[in-house]
Design a protein around this ligand. Structure first.
Ligand code: SF4
Ligand code: SF4
Length: 116
């Protein structure tokens, strides 16, 4: 009986609260300030040093060409959003974004190219 009364109280209490779930996609959670998701390049800042390729734990970055003519091929599907490439880049050519809602219909859409 005591348990039933406690459950009743809890039920009445929860009816007063707003739902914790969101009506996605009409409602979206605000990303946390420190959140890091997909990365992006300002390719004109890239000097082709290859450090981002070496540091990437999931082999998500490929350098096409050399030096200041180098271009980047980024495999989003492999990216762990760890931000190691952002930290290692000596020219700040890579930035992290808060773009985490990533959906693709074809595998090739997961490969992004940053060209000069
Ligand atoms: S964020 Fe991490 S996993 Fe993604 S490309 Fe950069 S180093 Fe690789
Ligand atoms: S670490 Fe920066 S400068 Fe070096 S290849 Fe990667 S993007 Fe270019």
């Amino acid at each position: 009986m005591v348990i039933l009364m406690a459950m009743e109280d809890e039920l009445l209490e929860s009816l007063k609260k707003k739902p914790v779930t969101l009506r996605f996609p009409y409602e979206r959670a605000r990303p946390e300030d420190r959140m890091q998701a997909k990365v992006t390049w300002e390719i004109e800042k890239c000097i082709g040093c290859n450090l981002c390729v070496k540091v990437c734990p999931s082999n998500a970055i490929k350098l096409i060409g050399r030096g200041r003519k180098a271009e980047i091929r980024y495999h989003v599907g492999r990216c762990l959003f760890c931000g190691e490439c952002v930290d290692v880049c000596p020219t700040k050519a890579i930035q992290t974004t808060k773009e985490f809602e990533l959906a693709f219909t074809k595998p090739e859409e997961m490969i992004l190219e940053f060209r000069r």
